[in-house]
Design a protein around this ligand. Structure first.
Ligand code: SF4
Length: 393
C-alpha cells in the first residue's frame, strides 16, 4: 500500500509493505522501519545509514577509489538520526488522520514511539538475548539468527577474536526452546523483514547430525518462524569440522531445510593457513564442497583478501584461485572475497609485525580484489566482495 500526503512545505510518500514501512519526504529523505516500528535505516543528505538490532549505527558511502566504505556512527550522531526520523513522523502525523488511513497512522505512531532511549534499551535486550552477532555471510544479512551453539569450537585462529570470550557449547534443547520464544517475542511483527534462518554461532553445524535435526525440528514446530523456514536454513561451517559429516548426512539435513552453507576457507595457500593457526587442507575443502553439492546445498566459501600481508600476497592469490577453480560450483553458489582486517589485539597482528610481512595498503587491497575478480570471471558461481568488519545485524 502506498499513499501520498502533503502539508504546505512537503510531500510525503508513505509505503506499507508486508516486510517494512517507509516514509519518503520530498523525494530526498527516506526512513525505513520494520513492522514493530524499529528503525532499519535511512537516507539523509545523500548519505546512507543502517541501524543494527543492538542499536549500533553505520554510515555507508563511496570512499577511497570509490570503494564502498562503512563507518560506525558515534552515539550523538546516531541519536540525531533517530530524532530526525521522529521529526518527519511528527510532521506526517499532522496530515494523516484516523479513518481510512488508520493503518498508516498506527504505523507512524508505533515508529515514532521508538525514541533514542527506547531503541537503546531494545538494543540491550537484543544483546542479552542473542549475544553479539559479529559476522554473517552477506546473503544472510536479513536472516533471523537462532543460536543452537554459542561461540566457536576451534576459537584459536590467530587473526580472530570474534568469539574469544565464549566457551563453545551446544545449547540444551530446553534452553533453545526458551531462546526461540524470546526471539519470537522480541521481533514480533518485525519478523516479516527476515527472509531465512541462520543457525548461530561460528560453526553451528559441527554438532552431531541428530542434535542438529532435533533443533531444526524444534524451530519448524514453532509457529513464529514458519515464514522464515520457507527461505531455508543457513550456517557457517569450518572445513575441518564440516568434513566430519558424510554426504549422506548432508542429504538428510537438506531434507530438513539446510540449503546454504558458508565455509570459512580463508585461503587456498596451506602454509598461510598454518601461519594463522587454522586447521584444514585444500583436499578437505574440495571433499566438503563435493559432499554439500551432492546434497544440493549451495555453498558460499569465504576467502580473506589481504590475509598474510605483502609477503604471502601472490601465493595466497594463486593457490586460492587454483583451489576455487577445482570446486564443483554452480550458479547458486557465491565466492565471497572479504577485505581482511584482523581483530584488534590479535596474535596475527604481532606475528605480522615481528616477521616484517607488511600490510597491504588500501590501494593494493583494491588492486588485489580486482585481480581476483577478473581471474574468476569464467567460474559459474557469483563472485562478491564485502567487508566483514563493517557489518551491522
Ligand atoms: S576464524 Fe572461524 S574458526 Fe577461526 S577462530 Fe574465528 S570463528 Fe573460529
Amino acid at each position: 500500500m502506498q499513499i501520498c500526503f502533503e502539508n504546505t512545505d512537503s510531500v510525503f510518500e508513505v509505503s506499507l509493505k508486508p516486510a517494512s514501512f517507509t516514509v519518503m519526504k520530498n523525494s530526498d529523505t527516506l526512513f525505513s522501519y520494520d513492522l514493530m516500528g524499529r528503525l532499519l535505516g535511512c537516507f539523509i543528505n545523500k548519505k546512507n545509514y543502517r541501524r543494527g538490532l543492538d542499536n549500533s549505527f553505520q554510515i555507508r558511502y563511496r570512499g577511497y577509489l570509490a570503494m564502498p566504505t562503512e563507518e560506525v556512527l558515534p552515539e550523538n550522531e546516531a541519536n540525531n538520526i533517530v530524532e530526525a526520523g521522529r521529526h518527519v513522523l511528527t510532521e506526517l502525523l499532522s496530515v494523516v488522520h484516523n479513518g481510512k488511513n488508520k493503518l498508516f497512522r498506527d504505523m507512524i505512531v508505533k515508529s515514532k514511539n521508538f525514541s533514542w532511549e527506547k531503541l537503546n534499551s531494545d538494543g540491550t535486550r537484543f544483546r542479552i538475548m542473542s549475544g553479539e552477532v559479529p559476522i554473517l555471510p552477506p546473503d544472510q544479512y536479513r536472516s533471523v539468527v537462532l543460536r543452537i551453539t554459542e561461540g566457536c569450537s576451534h576459537n584459536a585462529c590467530s587473526f580472530c577474536n570474534l568469539y574469544k570470550n565464549l566457551q563453545f557449547r551446544t545449547i540444551p534443547k530446553s534452553q533453545f526452546r526458551l531462546h526461540l520464544d524470546r526471539v519470537a517475542e522480541f521481533f514480533g511483527t518485525g519478523l516479516s523483514y527476515r527472509r531465512s534462518i541462520f543457525l548461530g554461532d561460528a560453526n553451528a553445524i559441527t554438532i552431531s547430525t541428530s542434535s542438529l535435526i532435533d533443533r531444526i525440528e524444534i524451530i519448524s514446530a514453532h509457529s513464529a518462524f514458519q515464514q522464515q523456514i520457507l527461505g531455508g536454513f543457513g550456517s557457517f561451517v569450518d572445513v575441518f569440522t564440516g568434513t566430519r559429516k558424510s554426504s549422506e548426512e548432508y542429504k538428510e539435513l537438506k531434507k530438513f531445510g539446510l540449503n546454504r552453507v558458508a565455509p570459512g576457507v580463508e585461503t587456498g595457500y596451506e602454509n598461510l593457513l598454518k601461519f594463522v593457526n587454522k586447521p584444514g587442507t585444500n583436499a578437505e575443502v574440495i571433499d566438503l564442497t563435493i559432499s554439500l553439492k551432492s546434497a544440493n546445498i549451495s555453498v558460499t566459501p569465504i576467502f580473506l583478501i589481504g590475509l598474510g600481508g605483502i609477503k604471502f600476497k601472490d601465493e595466497h592469490r594463486e593457490q586460492s584461485l587454483k583451489l576455487i577453480k577445482e570446486l564443483p560450483l554452480d550458479n547458486t553458489d557465491i565466492i565471497y572475497l572479504s577485505r581482511f582486517t584482523p581483530s584488534s589485539g590479535s596474535r596475527y597482528e604481532s606475528n605480522l609485525k615481528s616477521k616484517n610481512m607488511g600490510v597491504l595498503s588500501e590501494e593494493n587491497l583494491y588492486k588485489e580484489l580486482k585481480l581476483w575478480k577478473s581471474r574468476l570471471k569464467t567460474i559459474p558461481a557469483k563472485v562478491v566482495s564485502y567487508n566483514f568488519t563493517r557489518f551491522v545485524y
